[in-house]
Design a protein around this ligand. Sequence first.
Ligand SMILES: [Zn+2]
Length: 309
Amino acid sequence: MQLFSHPACLQHDTGPAHAERPARLQAVLDALGNAFPQLAWQQAPRASRGQLLRVHDDALLKMVLDTKAEQLIALDPDTVLSPHSAEAALRAAGAGVAAVDAVMAATRDAAADARRAFCAVRPPGHHATAQVAMGFCLFNNIAVAAAHALDAHGLARVAVVDFDVHHGNGTQAIFANDPRVLYLSSHQMPLYPDTGYESERGVGNVHNAALRPGAGGDAFRGAWRDGLLPVLDDFRPQMILVSAGFDAHRLDPLAQLQVEADDYAWLTRELVGLADRHAQGRIVSMLEGGYDLTALAHSSVAHVGALAA
Ligand SMILES: [Zn+2]
């Protein structure tokens, strides 16, 4: 099991009373450190401009990286740029790139769980489009990782599995015309960002499962077991990337689903099985949302525990 993070990700300052706060990442790091003291952490490198430009416009890079924020700058009502945000964003995206490299390198050695990686990073990424930082997200970390797997490693089919309670509008938009990427999402509707209708199909490579407010673990598991996982099996991905947001948890303050940590463990075990069948075991998972600290701690331990098994 390969774990990536960077201290800079704790220094992205979103201001007082913002849900996407440094304490989230600290809760995940503390919980994983306590639960899995034997697992070593690797420092995320910075993503390069070239790696970011695979999915983002140069104007967005300039805005995030070259704005010398001396105080907090609100890019929209949710999304903040602070003095340390550029470094955090580079490390968050770089973690995914490094994790892709690591699981590709590990494919040739014997330890199966070395082919699975989790990146504990912030800011999250899946709302960021090619052009726009939004919804707490500056760069689309999982999209940068997927593009790296395609372009640097020559993979022909990669899947992005997004179980964050919000729809990953950015990831879907970035890959909607790229049949090399399968995008699968379960999410609450109605909810921000008001995308993710089941009619949104890309070039046949997008599959959305919308869940009603109040839906619990049975509905969550059913959406994956009966709807999305069979599509993933048919696609035969060479790598599975995971947008691991834990805000579908029943304790989360930003949404109304009733998922439990055990449901995340179940889905993760299913993904491990599919990765073993099609992808030589390769899974790269990246933290997205999750805004209740207790739920984040339990859910991230359940997820990483299933990945490390
Ligand atoms: Zn979310």
